[in-house]
Design a protein around this ligand. Structure first.
Ligand code: ADP
Length: 446
């Protein structure tokens, strides 16, 4: 008898249970990994086996490549699902998985490596006719030299780490006097956080929206796009509310950028799920980066297209099947996601601890992606994302009402959360009219 295929979920939290469900629905077996701080997660009880990979510290557990690969061996797995964060965009890890005989559920190692280097990614995209943010990514030699370069771009500019991610380590420079010092501290920080002090400079756009295109490729030159998302409601460059499709952009502009994105992915022979992220200002799109993995906000795309992106990733990796067809993909309605974080509503400091009570929202096209349950203790060691509430309806106005209802129905007692902030966002007039941009939350709501 043929062995049932088995997947190792190399992650925790929201994406771990999401992947577990997708794998189970497809009939696969599942091994999970956990740190000692995470032994009470719900998905562990639903897995065929759960293997402890180390102590709470991420470097010793969820970033411990050898322990994860040993867990896949122990579990007799066929593939490793990285999710988002941790090792999801680590080319070295992807290579180790493949060399150890496990399918890495993601694109090829070379693509992960080049897209993980933001300077290289921008160069590749420019060659593929994707519009990028004007800037400078060459050598930084002297204070005068770089002042000269930035003068040409025009202030303000943003200094970014080439190996950066998670909205961290970016510095906005408004005038010449601070430029050199900011570059030096950006380099030190980049070296410390990302292991490379390579930085580059971009024009800092003042009121852009963050719009991204979901793509999916078969790894052989065929690819489709699954339309757009707007992720402009952010705090400190971190997304808080996401929706699909993008709003307030002329349809022909969206169609053009979708086409450019999909063509780029065909040229790259991109495999699996990926996202091209853009800033959109004054009718123009500017590429900022590509994520070579599933994203937190993939859910809103699933809601409007009816495509299960995680299942599609697993089917491609394990069965070598690519079932998506551009001519069949259609947008059906509008969808929105609120990221629920365990954090103090005023200071935004994480609020780990024991959850006393949870009441989940319900209703038609209301989705709650989470591991939490009454009595669950949120460890202090990880990201504060504890749940995603996703809703879909026929148009945006109904979505806003439905999300407000879902938020009002949700009760999480025992810890602080940002539920109230989301309620305020849903009632905000500017947001309801789609007038928001990436700094809107900080400038107009907080
Ligand atoms: P990360 O990989 O750390 O998430 P990104 O390059 O994707 O970094 O940028 C994250 C966010 O930072 C964007 O969504 C946007 O809000 C802001 N940002 C990035 N580049 C610029 C820019 N050139 N001008 C204005 N805001 C920017």
């Amino acid at each position: 008898m043929k062995k049932t295929k088995k997947i190792l979920i190399a992650n925790r939290g929201v994406i771990a249970i999401r992947a577990l469900r997708a794998a189970r629905e497809l009939g696969y077996e599942v091994s999970s990994v956990y740190s000692t701080a995470d032994k009470d997660q719900k998905h562990l009880k639903l897995s065929d086996d759960a293997i402890c990979i180390g102590p709470a510290s991420v470097k010793d557990s969820y970033l411990n490549e050898a322990a994860i690969i040993s867990a896949a061996e122990l579990g007799n797995c066929d593939a490793i699902y990285p999710g988002f964060g941790f090792l999801a965009e680590n080319a070295d890890f992807a290579e180790k998985c493949e060399k150890s005989g496990f399918k890495f559920v993601g694109p090829d190692v070379g693509v992960i490596a080049s897209m993980g280097d933001k300077i290289k990614a921008k160069e590749i995209m420019q060659e593929l006719n994707v519009p990028t943010v004007p800037g400078y990514d060459g050598e930084i030699t002297t204070e005068e030299q770089i002042q000269d370069k930035v003068e040409k771009i025009g202030y303000p500019v943003i200094v970014k780490a080439s190996a950066g991610g998670g909205g961290r380590g970016m510095r906005v420079v408004h005038k010449k006097d601070n430029l050199w010092d900011e570059i030096q501290s950006a380099k030190t920080e980049a070296d410390f956080s990302f292991g490379s002090d390579k930085v580059f400079i971009e024009k800092f756009l003042l009121k852009p929206r963050h719009i991204e295109i979901q793509i999916f490729g078969d790894g052989k030159g065929n690819a489709v796009h699954l339309f757009s998302r707007d992720c402009s409601m952010q705090r400190k460059y971190q997304k808080i509310v996401e929706e699909a499709p993008a709003i307030n952009v002329p349809i022909e502009k969206l169609e053009e950028i979708q086409k450019i994105s999909v063509e780029a992915c065909k040229s790259l022979k991109y495999k699996g799920a990926g996202t091209l992220e853009f800033l959109y200002e004054d009718g123009q799109f500017f590429f900022i980066e590509m994520n070579t993995r599933i994203q937190v906000e993939h859910t809103v795309t699933e809601m409007i297209t009816g495509v299960d992106l995680v299942q599609s990733q697993l089917i491609l990796a394990l069965e070598n099947e690519f079932k998506l067809n551009q001519n069949v993909l259609k947008i059906n309605g509008h969808a929105m996601q609120c990221r629920i974080n365990a954090e103090n509503p005023k200071t935004f400091v994480p609020s780990p601890g024991q959850i006393k009570t949870v009441h989940r929202p319900g209703g038609y096209h209301v989705r709650f992606e989470s591991q939490i349950y009454s009595g669950y203790k949120i460890p202090p060691d990880y990201d504060s994302l504890i749940a995603e509430i996703i809703v879909k309806d026929s148009n945006r106005e109904r979505v806003l009402n439905k999300m407000k209802m879902a938020l009002d129905e949700t009760v999480i007692e025992g810890i602080d959360t940002n539920l109230d902030l989301h309620r305020r966002i849903m009632s905000d007039e500017g947001f309801r009219k789609s007038d928001h941009y990436i700094k809107y939350l900080e400038e107009k709501i907080l």
